[in-house]
Design a binder for this molecule. Structure first.
Ligand SMILES: *Cc1c(COP(=O)(O)O)cnc(C)c1O
Length: 391
């Protein structure tokens, strides 16, 4: 190799007739072109190539292509977080005067966008119970342009009537957007149930190791996708190469992690139910879940990795439970390879009044578990001990 004439000049990449087996990490923000003609060809779409990382880069494209394949879409984009995926859909497709209906138990920040940010910009919003298609029918107006749903709600794990709501959306020409973060394409494929747009917080189960925040959006219609993509690029909602690279590494084990975590969740739910201090266990595949029949029909037996439960007692009991389980991360996230525990009354649902929480069944003794891939016997022992210590 010839040494460069200045340390500031980049050394040419060493030649190799063999290739790396791992996806290379490409952190370059800018890409140099051979000539103005070559650059023109690229901008015109006559030649392939990258120009500037906010507009696109190889690590984002590699990751997006994999999630596209899982969702059965094409041309999806990676964003810097799940919330930037939600923002790209809203700001890419809506205008002042439009109306959006959202599920009333959406992820907290999505709810905030519905309640505060969209109305501030002249976009009207309504919230409705997604287990009741009739409530969505009643909320439809002539200006309704979009419906945003999650398949399984946080933290009470109610299952949306996607069939009923998707039929309504189709009949009224309303775009159906599904946030598939909880269910993942391994548990549910929204395009097969009438969704027009699918989005994810890749931060959670897909990346799986709590070391990146990323999102993803794909639209079935390429024109809608183009509008979402140009908005994401313009608002700078796109993602860093390193995060995309880490998330792709996470995807290698996604299917194994998901299946194992789901099996663990089902066994943990069964082991917890019937314990003396437990009031209720929520898991969609259990016969005592309020939406069990819909869960079986819609999710085909895939209950996912989330389990919620309610113990008897107040905040003191909740503190004792968490303190008695020091090896289970008490953290308001989900989808990590390891089990994490969250307490909605002090985190995601702290802004509600006690009555507002009670209406959702979220008491001080309510916990949500994102079950990981540990040995399930260990998990059952740890939770059993912690629940006993709380009582
Ligand atoms: C976490 C989450 C989001 C937001 O994703 P971030 O990556 O944290 O921005 C959106 N929807 C659901 C269902 C989530 O769980």
């Amino acid at each position: 190799m010839t040494p460069p004439k200045s340390l500031i000049r980049r050394t040419p990449w060493p030649e190799s007739s063999s290739r790396p087996v791992v996806t290379p990490l490409q952190p370059s923000v800018v890409y140099a072109s051979a000539s103005p003609d070559a650059l023109d060809a690229q901008y015109d779409g006559r030649a392939k190539g990258y120009t500037y990382a906010r507009e696109g880069h190889p690590n984002a494209d590699v990751l997006a292509t994999k999630i596209d394949a899982m969702e059965g879409g094409s041309g999806g984009i990676i964003t810097g977080s799940g919330m930037s995926a939600v923002a790209a859909v809203f700001f890419g497709l809506l205008k002042a005067g439009d109306h959006v209906i959202g599920a009333d138990q959406l992820y907290g920040r999505s709810l905030r966008m519905m309640r505060e940010d969209l109305p501030r910009l002249g976009i009207e919003t309504s919230l409705a119970d997604p287990t009741d298609a009739g409530a969505f029918a009643a909320a439809i107006r002539p200006q309704t342009r979009m419906i945003l749903l999650e398949v399984v709600s946080n933290p009470t794990l109610r299952v949306a009537d996607i069939g009923g709501i998707s039929a309504l959306a189709r009949a009224h020409g309303i775009l159906l957007v599904v946030d598939n973060t909880f269910t993942t394409p391994r548990g549910f494929r929204p395009f097969e149930h009438g969704a027009d747009i699918v989005l994810h917080s890749v931060t959670k189960l897909l990346a799986g190791h709590s070391d990146v925040t990323l999102g993803y959006v794909v639209a079935r219609d390429p024109e809608l996708q183009a509008q979402i993509t140009v908005t994401a690029v313009t608002l700078g909602l796109t993602a860093s190469p390193f995060d995309c690279w880490l998330a792709e590494r996470g995807l290698y084990s996604f299917e194994l992690r998901y299946d194992r975590a789901e099996e663990n969740a089902a066994r943990l739910a069964d082991a917890l139910s019937g314990q003396p201090n437990i009031d209720q266990v929520l898991y969609p595949m259990r016969a005592d879940h309020p939406d069990h029949n819909r869960a079986v029909a819609l999710l085909g037996g895939r209950g996912g990795n989330m389990v919620s439960f309610r113990i008897k007692g107040d905040r003191g009991a909740a503190n004792r439970l968490v303190e008695a389980a020091p090896n289970i991360a008490f953290a308001p996230t989900l989808g990590d390879i390891g089990t994490t525990l969250s307490h909605p009354a002090s985190s995601s649902h702290r802004a509600l009044t006690a009555q507002g929480r009670a209406a959702l069944g979220i008491s001080e003794g309510f916990f949500r578990v994102s079950v990981g891939v540990e040995d399930v016997g260990l998990l059952i022992d740890e939770f059993t001990a912690a629940i006993a210590a709380a009582g």
